[in-house]
Design a protein around this ligand. Structure first.
Ligand SMILES: Cc1ncc(COP(=O)(O)O)c(C=O)c1O
Length: 366
């Protein structure tokens, strides 16, 4: 292809796609020598009964998965106490998020998100040519209802709340969400990706309010990030419209089988969730002893302000050189923070050892 042809092709991209540069080749995923605590996975093996369902699903790989995920939707509806027309299944909840953006936003529209929040949303808004309004919380865990109802966000097509929030781990009481739903007519997308690590959930609100969509994922609390299973729950009229614009065969047979099996065996995860909550507390205390200021978290990660005068990016690369991966947020007003996922006890010990060693190195050189 000549350069002139390529230039023509690139100029025929939509204005939104043109705004994004071509991605570079990218770095391969880190090998097993790294302790990976940067993307909030849950590093425990699947319960053996769930694992067996994944293997069984591979027996007839030449068949397409079930159209419209009917049995998976029925199983989710039964597990969560509603009817199947209230539920749709996604290739991870991020697929469902993108569908909501596609369904509701045209160029020039706006969407409001509690900030700092899950940054993938910014890209989804940009791809629709929509304005992304970030509404800041003055106090972690407080829902700024007045700002959402009376500020610029009142014109937003929908409001996005992650509860617990990522990357802060803050949790908003369900009564507050209910207050917002009562007072606003807009759609509220409630992303409950981390809800199994929190004190209460808001799924029941789907039966009372037609302006809420609740998202769930099996990537975090059910240790299946690589399998890609998510759900959206809402009024059948909304869910039916979203299903209508979904890709055919959006999930694969393994995701389908694992999803069904997890729904049946959710109790098998009880210990996993208790372990994570317990480790979260232990690591939070240890980080405070190292001079970090740790935000209270109701998720499977901690957001920690690094010791005074230091920088989150710097800590991220210092820990990476010790083979421990954490996340940093240089663009979200959290320049002095790192986020660490909670994994196994061994992983968290390795993390704390690396923190101690970086801390001593930093003290020596100051
Ligand atoms: C708040 C939030 N929502 C959604 C997702 C996406 O999860 P999934 O793996 O289901 O696509 C994440 C992943 O990190 C997240 O933090």
């Amino acid at each position: 292809m000549t350069d002139a042809k390529l230039r023509d092709l690139l100029s025929s991209l939509t204005p939104m796609a043109r705004e994004l540069d071509a991605l570079p080749a990218g770095r391969p995923a880190p090998d097993d020598s790294y302790v990976k605590l940067n993307t909030n996975e849950n590093p425990f093996p699947l319960p053996s009964i769930v694992m067996r369902s994944a293997i069984a699903a591979l027996e007839r790989p030449y068949l397409y998965p079930e159209n419209d995920n009917v049995s998976l939707r029925e199983a989710a509806a039964a597990a969560y106490g509603m009817s199947a027309d209230h539920v749709m299944a996604g290739n991870g909840s991020s697929e469902l998020l993108s569908l909501i953006y596609r369904a509701f936003l045209a160029p020039g529209d706006s969407i409001a998100m509690i900030s700092p929040g899950f940054s993938f949303n910014r890209k989804l808004a940009m791809l629709q040519g929509a304005q992304f309004l970030e509404v800041r919380c003055n106090e972690l865990g407080c829902l700024p209802i007045d700002d959402l109802l009376f500020g610029p966000a009142k014109h937003a097509k929908f409001i996005l709340l992650a509860n617990p929030n990522n990357p802060t781990g803050a949790f908003m009481p369900v009564a507050e969400i209910e207050r917002l739903l009562t007072q606003c007519n807009q759609l509220v997308v409630l992303d409950e990706a981390y809800i199994d690590f929190a004190p209460e959930n808001a799924l029941h609100l789907v039966n009372r309010f037609s302006n809420v969509l609740v998202l769930r994922t099996f990537s975090k609390s059910y240790a299946a990030a690589g399998i890609r299973v998510g759900f959206a729950f809402g009024h059948p009229e909304l869910i039916g419209r979203l299903r209508n614009i979904q890709n055919v065969f959006n999930m694969n047979v393994v995701g389908h089988a694992v999803g069904m099996s997890i729904l049946q065996h959710r109790r098998a995860y009880y210990e996993n969730h208790s372990h994570i909550k317990h480790e979260r507390q232990r690591v939070s205390g240890a980080l405070s002893d190292f001079g970090f200021s740790v935000m209270p978290s109701h998720a499977n990660f901690l957001l920690a302000r690094v010791p005074a005068g230091q920088d989150g990016r710097w800590w991220q690369s210092a820990l990476e050189s010790q083979k421990v991966l954490v996340a940093s947020f240089p663009d979200d007003g959290l320049e002095d923070c790192i986020r660490v996922s909670i994994g196994t006890r061994e992983q968290m010990d390795a993390f704390l050892t690396a923190v101690g060693s970086v801390r001593r190195g930093a003290d020596r050189s100051s």
